[in-house]
Structures are given as C-alpha cells and as structure tokens.
Design a protein around this ligand. Sequence first.
Ligand code: RIB
Length: 276
Amino acid sequence: SLFKGRSKMIALFVPDIMNPFFPELARAVEDMTNRHGYTFVLCNTDDSIEKELTYFNALQQKSVDGIIVVSSSITNNYLDTIDTPIIALDRKLSSSLPSVTVNNRVGAREAVRHLKATGCKRIAHLCGPDSVSNTTQRMRGYLDEVKDTEWFLSSYIASGEYNFEKAMEATTALLTAHPEIDGIFVANDVMGVGALKAAEALGIHVPNELSIIGYDGIALGNTTTPSLTTMAQPIYEIGTRAAEMLIKQINDPSHRPKNEELSVRLIERQSTKARR
Ligand code: RIB
C-alpha cells in the first residue's frame, strides 16, 4: 500500500487559499485535529491534479495518517491506489469517498426565493466552474425556481469562476446585455463582492435597482458597502465534522463513515431589500 500512517499528522487540501472560505475551513480542521493530538498540514492545490499528486506523494513519504480533500479533480483510479483514510470536504468526488457537504440545491432555491420575496422579477445566476459538484447543484436549485417562469432566458445564466475579477467581468457583460435584470443569485461570496463592484461601476444601485445574494457566509461579505446578503454555510462546523469523521476512521479502519449534509441559512444584509 502507498500509505502507512502513524505520523500523527493530518493534511487538508484546499483549491484556493486566497478565498477566505478556505482559511475559515482550515482553522476548524486544524483546531479539531490538534485537539486529538495530530499536527496539521495545509496544502493549496489550485485545483490542479499535478499539484494534488505532488502533495499526495510528499505526504506518503511522511506517513501521513489521513487526508481531507476539497477537490474536483482527483480521479477514482488514483484514489483506489491509496489506502490511507480520505474524506471529501465541501465538494463531492465521483467516488465512494465519504463526504461532508452542505445541501447546495436546497440552499440555492432558498436564495432565489428570497430574491423573489424582495420583489425581483428577472433573476439571473452567476455560477461557478462547472467542474465543481456544488456549482452544478446550486445551478439546479436556481433552475428549479425559475425555469417555469415566463421571463426566464438561458442567457440569464452567466458562467464564472470562483474569483473576484472573473465575476466582475461576467456581471458587467450580463447587466449590459440584460439591463432588465433586477436580481442576481451569485454562486459564492467572493464572486458576490465582484458583482457588487460591477454594479457600482455601471452606476446601478444595489439594492434599489438590483438585488444581489451570495453563498458561503464568509466574514468579507459583511465588510462591503452595501453588505452582502448570503446563504451562509456552517463553515466551522463543516471542517470540524470532517476532522472528526477522519479521526474516527483512522482509529477504526473498519469504520465506514456516512456522507453528511449540513444546512445553510439565509443572512439578510443590505444587498437585498424589499422593494415596492
Ligand atoms: O467560495 C468557495 C466555494 O467553493 C464555496 O462556495 C465552497 O462551497 C467551495 O466549493
């Protein structure tokens, strides 16, 4: 087997250390692993399979005891060659790996319903990269709520990346092509901040003319003007649960953890407001 363990060390792979969602998550995993006497290693992968493999190999040399991965690129073939305990966090991998995620489809539906409740009539979606499972689920939730409305156009869906600049560009293009849009459900908060910036640059007032809701609940969303309404994930709890599941599996290799799905909750701030 590739992995032997017993280093009293646990690693976490994150795809983008620049997105505040991931340090918040890492903090939780670190706290819980430390509490159980493990040291903690953070690996930033840029969602690149090459970087992931490099880290897997390096960790193997160090006899790491377990790995928690936020990834959309590791393949089943590769995972089958590793016999150290692994938990998928935040993003499901297309394998039988146990995972801790949130209910992204339900959360997305709730986000769109909130926009409707505040009076939005033409709601767009700025989505994340389509290789990521939770992007797909958030898109489905959006479509559940809008596809049967008479106003829905497929060009109301703008594809983006989970980053600020791309979100700004995509929002600018979307609002220029469709000035009638009065609400945007954005797939994460970093993108939501980009959307706010784009609206400001176009002279569109948020929330009087346009409502914006994000996803994640990172602290950054509370620092913008206007502050960003969001579907908040229980970030700390997600990290804690994944660490607990992993440690349990390390201590009892016959234990097969079940997938866990936690709930998101609406945090209403200034970027969405009931309009007359
Ligand atoms: O902000 C980072 C995004 O990528 C989050 O929405 C999270 O769920 C992750 O997959």
